[in-house]
Design a protein around this ligand. Structure first.
Ligand SMILES: NC(=O)CC(=O)C(=O)O
Length: 303
């Protein structure tokens, strides 16, 4: 058996919270029985996904849902990435992922940092910030030699977060997520491959199964991407569990073959606001060759 066998549980989520949690626990047990030692659940697995549901389904973390997750992690002797649930604390709501060790201890919780606020006219408008607050802390944990970083759904759009995790030594990023029928086909796999390729590590994203009758229809397609940017394991939109082995030697191989982390030109990467002031002079006549193309005074590109 591989040292790290990952299972992504793409589960059906309905309107009954306790039923959702029981279903999640049964699917986790099933994945563990099939050899997984790291199991991940999707975003918002105990509640329908939608701002109108978050208050009603919210609970403290730790609380009733995460207590059941802790029990199942212990019973199955696995690491469990507990998808996400609406969390309430001191009158505020968060979209929160909790992680459990094989002893059933909650080893950390992560609150979605970038809230899903988009408006694609005629397609989808979603404003998590109307009801949720964002988190401000990253979460990593170790499983043997593998360091794992956590993000939630919209967080995957922010390359900086993945890069920080990579620089912190992560080998695998797990994003419980729930893209939709507009952004899913366009961006779901592309973003995972981009984050994996940028950082030469594994990226997993785990979605709820698609429910055509839901107010928010999830795209599904839970996937693991390898450090070469290739799809290593995936599924379509129905309830199913994706299994895949994580092989850390692949990361070393890709990083040796294409050593981008040692080839960065940190000496020339600057933000626009820093361009042209490196020598303390920002006027046109003092523009250096390196900063041609951008004029800080007019905020315009100059040929
Ligand atoms: N649900 C999300 O947080 C993000 C999403 O669906 C998207 O970025 O698209």
């Amino acid at each position: 058996m591989a040292a790290l066998r990952l299972a992504l549980v793409q589960m059906a989520v309905g309107s009954n919270k306790l039923e959702n949690v029981k279903r999640a626990c049964n699917l986790v047990k099933d994945a563990a029985a099939k050899g997984a030692n790291l199991v991940a659940l999707p975003e918002c697995f105990n509640s329908p996904y939608g701002t109108k549901y978050f208050q009603e389904y919210s609970e403290p973390v730790p609380g009733p849902t995460t207590n059941l997750l802790a029990e199942v992690a212990k019973e199955c002797n696995i690491y469990l990435v507990g998808g996400s649930i609406p969390e309430s604390e001191n009158g505020s709501l968060y979209n929160t992922c909790s992680v459990f060790s094989p002893s059933g201890e909650m080893i950390g919780k992560y609150r979605k940092m970038h809230l899903f606020d988009i408006d694609v006219p005629g397609k989808i408008r979603f404003q998590e910030s109307e009801v949720l607050k964002p988190g401000n802390r990253l979460l990593t944990f170790n499983l043997g030699r593998c360091k794992i970083g956590i993000g939630i759904c919209y967080d995957i759009r922010f390359a900086e977060l993945a890069q920080i995790y990579s620089e912190a030594g992560c080998h695998l990023l797990i994003y419980p997520g729930a893209f939709n029928m507009t952004t899913g086909p366009a961006h779901w796999e592309l973003l995972q491959r981009a984050r994996a390729l940028d950082n030469q590590l594994y990226v997993a994203a785990v979605s709820p199964a698609r429910d055509e009758s839901a107010t928010y229809i999830a795209w599904g397609h839970s996937t693991l991407i390898g450090p070469w940017g290739e799809v290593e394991a995936t599924t379509e939109h129905k309830e199913s569990t994706v299994f895949a082995d994580i092989d850390l030697s692949k990361i070393n191989e890709v990083r040796q073959n294409v050593p981008i982390s040692k080839q960065r030109r940190l000496d020339v990467y600057t933000r626009p606001s820093q361009v042209c002031v490196a020598n303390g002079k920002s006027d046109q006549s003092q523009r250096t060759k390196e900063c041609s193309g951008y004029d800080i005074e007019t905020n315009k590109h100059v040929d």
